[in-house]
Every structure is written in structure tokens, then in C-alpha cells.
Design a protein around this ligand. Sequence first.
Ligand code: HEC
Ligand code: HEC
Length: 361
Amino acid sequence: MRYRLAIAVILPLASVIWLNRGVDAAPEGRAAAKAANSSAGASNNPTSLAKLKALYRRPAKAEFPSDNPFSEAKAALGRKLFFDTALSGPRTHSCGTCHQPSLAWADGRARALGVNGQTLPLRTPTLVDVWSVPVLGWDGKFPDLESVAFTPILSPGNMGMPSAEEAVRRVNENPDYSPLFADAFDTPEITQRKIELALATFERTITSRDAPFDRWIKGDERAISRSAKRGFVLFNGKANCAACHSGPSFTDGSFHDIGSATDGDIGRGRMFPNSEKLRYAFKVPTLREVDRRAPYMHDGAVASLQDVIALYDKGGIDRPSRSDEIRPLHLTRREKNDLLAFLRTLTAKPDIKAPASAGAN
Ligand code: HEC
Ligand code: HEC
């Protein structure tokens, strides 16, 4: 009863927040940014610098939804499915072909390469901290992680599986799976829903790990350079990055036009045709592991982190849809270097637990 009541309260609230995300930055992101901006120049003020650092502390663990709770068995099954090429039509692609652990769970390409050598219109996003992303896809077309998997599986240019039934049949034909499904769920039957639940559970375990930045905010002054420390203050102050890249994963999950997209893809604008501000709006990506996954943006149009900083410094393309938070920054050369040094502290050492075969094709 009490549970139902909670849902009844949470659902309307959630839809308001979701709509907000469609139209503008999430309220908590704004609050954090405001807090951050008011501490511009905080480098000399230990109290406000400490407050600023606290905004970026990683949570102890990922959250799992109550209708798909974590279990070791489900995550292990999801991991096997994630790296199984049987889920693509010609058996050449697994999820891990594009979301490669060694490339921060992306693929290092400007645009993803699907089955039969087809180039997709979008760049593969990282899956690091994907558990915390409120709506998924560059344009936010997926409401939750469970709903993503069968889109790439069935998309002719992506994994090219002719039908969901064929995908389930492929999993069934491998005798290894039946005991794994029995462990992960009450019954050994293999269904599309169980494949979705297991994949999503595994993906929620792909969390960011301790980077030099995290060691610094926990108190190790030697973990990052002085230049990077100045860069952190700029990020939250003059450069205004934290207006959108706020919180432990450096994103507030909102959608904006940063004045970069130039081709026909209008991103979230497709879903909100009456909103001027959502034309060319794409999801604010996490900046975790950012140094390991060039090129950047939804279309891979920006080659390097230096080029990203140059784009923001210029203020992108000045057009009606451009976010009000984007404007020419007039950064000095030293400030650009400091910002770059800071961004590079967000990358942890490569994950040694990743299977060697992942993304081999
Ligand atoms: C051919 C490369 C490719 C393969 C294979 C692939 N993906 Fe992706 N993935 C992408 C691209 C490109 C996007 C962006 C799609 C969009 O925004 O509409 C994406 C987006 C995602 C997202 C959304 C992430 C976010 O932050 O919004 C998730 C989750 C995801 N993929 C999981 C999977 C799973 C699970 C599989 C296997 C069933 C898979 N992908 C297979 C390229 C690939
Ligand atoms: C108005 C919100 C906003 C502000 C302010 C902002 N960004 Fe972004 N950032 C975005 C969005 C949205 C994208 C994705 C755009 C796309 O895919 O076309 C992005 C993409 C990026 C990327 C590429 C990440 C990837 O995986 O492709 C980097 C790096 C980045 N921003 C760094 C910064 C820095 C540094 C600043 C400050 C100088 C900054 N951002 C300011 C919204 C913002």
C-alpha cells in the first residue's frame, strides 16, 4: 500500500522533471551551477572550494531500479550477452564491438560502424555511469536502459538481427545460457524481456572509477597539477562549463544546442518541434574518461579536447536555438591549458577486468 502511494507521488513528480529535462536544464543542475558560479574565483577561498569539490563526489555505488534489482547472477548473464556476437544478424557484432571497455565503452570513431560496414549517423556514446543517465540516446528517445537493447539489435544498419524471435532463438541455441537464465531468474525460459533486464543490469555496473580528480577532492593535494586545479575553478566559474556538466558524472542529463551541430540532425528538436531551444539540442554527455574517447559530440565532429575548448571559447554558432549559457568566453592561452589539464584528470587507469576479447572485431 505504502509502496503504491509512493509511486503515485513520485510518478507525477518524475514526469515534471522529465519534461523539464526536455525543455531546459534540470533544476538541480542549475542550482549546482549557481552555487558553482557564485564561487568563481574560489581558488583563494578554501570554504567555497570545499563546497565546490563536494558537488562532484562520486556516489558509493550505482542505483538499481526496484523493478530490476541487482543480482550477481543477472549481471554475469548480462555481461555474457553484452559480448556475444550471436545477437547480430551476421554474428559479427556484439554490444561490445561498439561499446569497448578499452575505449571507455565507446569505439573511438566519429560515427559508429554497423554490420556489413554500414556507417551510422551517430557516434557511439560511452556507457560509463550510464545508470545515472535519466533518459538515453543523444536525443533522449529511450526512457530507460531496459528499452534500449533491442533497438540496436534489430536495427538493420546496427546489429541487423531480422527479428526479436530470431534473437531469442539464437540465445536458446547456445546450451551455456539455460543455467545462467535459471540462476538469474526464477525460471530457465529465455525471453526478450529477460535479455533486456540482464543487459541493463550489467550496464548499470559500468561505473566510473577513481580518477586523479577524485583523489584530489578526497584530500590528496598531489593527485593533480596546479594547472588542473586552476582549470577546475575555471570550469565552475569563468568558462561556465558547470552550467551543464555538473554533478559526480559531469552532466545534469539535460539537452542543449551548444552551437556545434551543422548537419540535418536536429536532435531533441524532433520530439519537441515547437521548442526553439531544442532545435539542435543533444544530451550533455558525462566528462568521465573524456580523454580516452575522442572524437567528440554526437556526430564526432570535434577531433580533440583542444578543439572542444576552442569551440566553447568562440561560443559556437550564434543562432536562436543556442543555449543562453553558451557565449564567447575570451579565455587566455593559459586558461585554455588549465581547462585542458583539468579535463584530463577525469580519466582513471584502464579497467584491467575487461575481457581481452572484448571488441576484438
Ligand atoms: C554499431 C555500433 C553499436 C552497437 C553494436 C551497439 N551500440 Fe549502443 N549505441 C551506439 C550508438 C551510435 C548510440 C547512440 C544512439 C542514439 O543516440 O540514438 C548508442 C547508444 C546506446 C545507449 C545509450 C547511452 C546513453 O548515454 O544515452 C545504450 C545504453 C546502448 N547504446 C547500449 C547498447 C547495447 C546494450 C547494445 C547491444 C545490444 C548496443 N548498445 C550495441 C552504437 C552501438
Ligand atoms: C549549455 C550547456 C553546456 C555548457 C555550458 C557546456 N557544455 Fe559541454 N556539452 C554540452 C552538450 C549538449 C554536449 C553534446 C553536444 C553534441 O553532442 O552535439 C557537450 C559536449 C561536450 C564534450 C564532448 C563530450 C563527448 O563525449 O562527446 C566536452 C569535452 C565538453 N562538452 C566540455 C565542456 C567544457 C570544457 C565546457 C566549458 C568550457 C562545456 N562543455 C560547457 C553542453 C554544455
